[in-house]
Design a protein around this ligand. Structure first.
Ligand SMILES: Cc1cc2nc3c(=O)[nH]c(=O)nc-3n(C[C@H](O)[C@H](O)[C@H](O)COP(=O)(O)O)c2cc1C
Length: 358
């Protein structure tokens, strides 16, 4: 029943998508960190539904309420509880389809596991839960920036068959990412990606995509050498985001097509120490950060709930046609960008604290 993530910097999330509220408890955030709602709300706004024409038009303002852990703009070192009330639920969109498990959604497996599920909206499987991760992740990110100057930027690398984007991982900024609604800093490609999403929406269908994330400014030495390798924790974190189907770090699967002589990252003198000339390792070697940017990619499937009629069966096995109603994302990647950043921040803050204990 794990709704808890992290070891020292730990979040516990709660709430169903169509329940009264959802939220997060952040435990282990160091004390005396300057923190305001504005530090968090910016990322929540980037995640929220109802942003323009490429996302669901469920209209949640997603305004954050602090319940504990903060006084006079400083963290107290005690658990930080944050909550948001759900306002724009429409359970009627789910009426009549409760007997039909949505193909490739979590209805069938949730029933197989619990024998009961939230009446509407996907319950804990819904991406509504990711509000809580983004809220917790924004605090991790603030702490990493304050203590270490770490910066995290994610963007949409591809949508369907459009991509990959050409992006400089050393310099790309959130402002460049947010310059387009699809959140791809490669502007010409961004327009084609948006057209693809609009076409899928018009067909009552959906499309997938890839989000790339870079984490810059980490020192060498974060991450553990065996089970808690940095890439292992990042992979687990990313694959816990709903609709994810793949994870790569550095050269990823493409690296399998190279020889060692092409793939190896040569050491060079950099600043006071060593760096590498290339970064096919993706910033981690032996599970430990090497001081180069951590670069990872996450694959998101086309979201399952589509308006197009689907021939399937209901829970009793009788043939039926499902035409999903309601407001759904035709493509999740623009909203997934801050979620990927949040999960990266949570992993890195945890590893930084673990390293501090040595
Ligand atoms: C930002 C975001 C928005 C999502 N929106 C939808 C949606 O509108 N409709 C849908 O069917 N799935 C959506 N999903 C994906 C589902 O939550 C997910 O596919 C479902 O819980 C099943 O889990 P799985 O795909 O990881 O196996 C979204 C995911 C993310 C990250």
């Amino acid at each position: 029943m794990s709704s808890t993530f992290g070891r020292l910097f730990r979040i516990t999330t709660f709430g169903e998508s169509h329940g009264p509220a959802l939220g997060v408890i952040v435990d282990g955030c160091p004390p005396r960190l300057p923190l305001t709602a504005a530090d968090i709300q910016g990322q929540l706004n980037r995640r929220r539904p109802g942003q323009g024409t490429l996302t669901t038009d469920r209209d949640e303002k997603d305004e954050l309420e602090f319940l504990s852990g903060l006084e006079n703009g400083l963290t107290l070192g005690s658990p930080i509880a944050m909550m948001v009330r759900n306002k724009d639920q429409r359970p009627r969109d789910y009426a009549g389809t409760r007997d039909i498990p949505r193909p490739s959604h979590a209805d069938f497996t949730t029933m197989a596991k619990f024998g009961i599920q939230a009446g509407s909206g996907g319950g804990r499987a819904s991406a509504r839960e990711t509000w809580a991760r983004v809220a917790g992740g924004a605090i991790a990110e603030k702490w990493l920036a304050d203590q270490y100057g770490v910066g995290i930027v994610a963007w949409v690398e591809s949508v369907g068959t459009e991509g990959p984007a050409v992006v400089d991982v050393q310099t790309v900024t959130r402002a460049q990412v947010d310059a387009t609604e699809i959140r791809c800093p490669d502007q010409a490609l961004a327009a084609r990606m948006s057209d693809l999403v609009q076409a899928a929406r018009a067909d009552q269908d959906s499309v997938g995509g890839v989000v790339t994330c870079v984490c810059r400014g980490l020192p060498a030495g974060w991450g553990e050498p065996v089970f808690d390798k940095m890439e292992a924790l990042l992979a687990g974190a990313m694959l816990s985001i709903p609709a994810t189907k793949g994870f790569e770090i550095g050269s990823g699967f493409a690296g399998t097509r190279m020889r060692g002589s092409e793939h190896n990252d040569m050491f060079v003198a950099k600043g006071q120490g060593l760096g590498t000339e290339t970064n096919r390792s993706g910033g981690t070697q032996g599970g430990i950060s090497n001081g180069e940017p951590v670069v990872l990619r996450v694959a998101f499937k086309p979201p399952a709930t589509i308006g197009k009629p689907q021939e399937t069966v209901d829970f009793s096995g009788s043939a039926t046609t499902l035409e999903a109603r309601g407001r759904h994302d035709p493509c999740v990647v623009p909203r997934a960008v801050p979620i990927v950043e949040a999960m990266a921040a949570l992993v890195l803050a945890d590893l930084a604290l673990i390293q501090k204990t040595r």
